[in-house]
Design a protein around this ligand. Structure first.
Ligand SMILES: *[C@@H]1O[C@H](CO)[C@@H](O)[C@H](O)[C@H]1NC(C)=O
Ligand SMILES: *[C@@H]1O[C@H](CO)[C@@H](O)[C@H](O)[C@H]1NC(C)=O
Ligand SMILES: *[C@@H]1O[C@H](CO)[C@@H](O)[C@H](O)[C@H]1NC(C)=O
Ligand SMILES: *[C@@H]1O[C@H](CO)[C@@H](O)[C@H](O)[C@H]1NC(C)=O
Ligand SMILES: *[C@@H]1O[C@H](CO)[C@@H](O)[C@H](O)[C@H]1NC(C)=O
Length: 361
């Protein structure tokens, strides 16, 4: 071998050396980085060997908030409600490629969306609810395994990440209370998320009509679109969402009548369309829903007093409400079929409308 090649070989070997020692226990190395940059009671209790020291990889599995698979590979990091402050160290999945769930909700993180998460191709659950993060959200298309995405209650801004419509395994999406997004409209591509059970997009700068194709998302159990600027009618197609339990549409600019197709939503437990510009009567079908516990529609331009179906047990005459137009109208539809609940409805009517008296005859 020529001396120059020998020299090259030696150089190459010496360049490799630090890499070899560094990767003895990358999981432990990462958690140590985490302990240093996400400071709080949980992480400070973590007993970890200094970086690059040989250690049994099972030790990290005993740390609080860490779950491993049988082979000792970290699958869950759960530091929710951890009173932590700081930031997530970079390249998390370079160190822990087996990560399936990361829960950092209810902590004080600094800065923007942690970009290191983008090569977490095994990640199924990401919970960053109430973490104080801000700035734009990158293209999330690489997170192919994601099922649960909770980015609620942060200060994210810029374009809403429509890339999530590429993540067809998603079952739960919440962006609740991220008021800084540019104004956007629900694109049809959302209909591709056929496994979606929960869609929470309240206070995310959404505009425009609630699209008819929402009726195609038949896996939905929870649809929340409050505090946006939705206009137009509540689409009758919403009546196709047979599994819907929660329908929250309050604080929008919706007009027209409440579609009687809502009466097809036999699983519905809560329906709130308060503070809109809805007109007409509350359809009787809505009050006859078997599972409904809460029905609220105050501050609209609804006409009529109580739907006649409420008078099943007795006829009601309510004094001091002469006009048919009721601007503040709220009651619980809780089972019209028991006298106890019926009296409760009357109590609420007394409290909320300031009626002087209600006569049941
Ligand atoms: C993760 O992504 C970063 C940059 O985006 C890259 O440098 C790194 O090598 C990636 N790691 C893995 C394990 O793919
Ligand atoms: C979906 O992913 C493809 C490629 O992975 C990308 O080109 C496209 O822009 C993504 N769609 C959205 C809405 O981001
Ligand atoms: C986020 O945190 C809030 C406050 O603790 C909680 O009420 C909510 O259920 C959490 N999840 C979502 C999706 O908002
Ligand atoms: C919704 O379903 C209807 C009827 O099956 C179909 O024609 C339409 O293309 C669907 N829309 C979307 C956006 O998927
Ligand atoms: C939905 O409701 C409408 C009006 O109440 C009714 O005519 C229709 O048959 C219902 N559709 C289904 C599928 O239940």
């Amino acid at each position: 071998m020529a001396p120059s090649s020998l020299l090259l070989l030696l150089l190459a070997l010496s360049a490799l050396l630090p890499l070899l020692t560094l990767s003895l226990d990358p999981q432990s190395d990462y958690l140590l980085l985490m302990k240093q940059s996400l400071v709080g009671p949980t992480t400070s209790r973590w007993a970890l060997p200094p970086p690059s020291s040989p250690s049994s990889s099972s030790s990290v599995c005993d740390l609080s908030g860490i779950t491993c698979d049988e082979a000792g590979r970290v699958t869950v990091i759960d530091l929710s409600l951890g009173f932590l402050a700081g930031s997530l160290p970079p390249n998390i999945c370079g160190y822990i490629p087996t990560l399936q769930a990361l829960r950092l909700n209810h902590n004080s993180l600094r800065g923007g969306f942690p970009l290191g998460l983008l090569n977490c191709s095994s990640l199924r659950e990401l919970n960053l609810n109430f973490t104080g993060l801000s700035g734009p959200i990158p293209d999330l298309s690489p997170l192919k395994s994601l099922r649960i995405l909770d980015l609620a209650n942060n200060q994210f801004s810029g374009q809403f990440p429509l890339s999530i419509t590429n993540l067809t395994n998603l079952e739960f999406i919440s962006f609740n209370e991220n008021r800084g997004f540019d104004v956007w409209h629900l694109p049809e591509s959302f209909a591709a998320l056929t496994k979606l059970r929960v869609l929470i997009l309240s206070r995310t700068s959404l505009r425009g009509e609630i699209p008819k194709w929402i009726g195609n998302m038949t896996s939905l159990t929870d649809l929340e679109l409050c505090g946006n600027s939705h206009i137009g009618r509540i689409p009758a197609a919403i009546g196709k969402l047979k599994n819907l339990r929660l329908l929250e549409l309050y604080y929008n600019l919706l007009t027209g009548e409440i579609p009687e197709e809502i009466g097809n939503l036999t699983s519905l437990v809560e329906f709130d369309c308060s503070v809109n510009q809805l007109t007409g009567r509350v359809p009787e079908q809505v009050c006859a829903l078997p599972n409904l516990k809460l029905l609220q529609f105050y501050n609209n331009h609804l006409t009529g007093i109580l739907p006649p179906v409420l008078g099943m047990y007795a006829s009601i005459s309510i004094s001091s409400v002469a006009e048919a137009r009721v601007n503040f109208f709220i009651f619980l539809c809780l089972a019209i079929n028991s006298l106890e609940n019926y009296q409760r409805i009357m109590q609420i009517a007394l409290l909320c409308f300031g009626f002087e008296s209600i006569t049941i005859s």
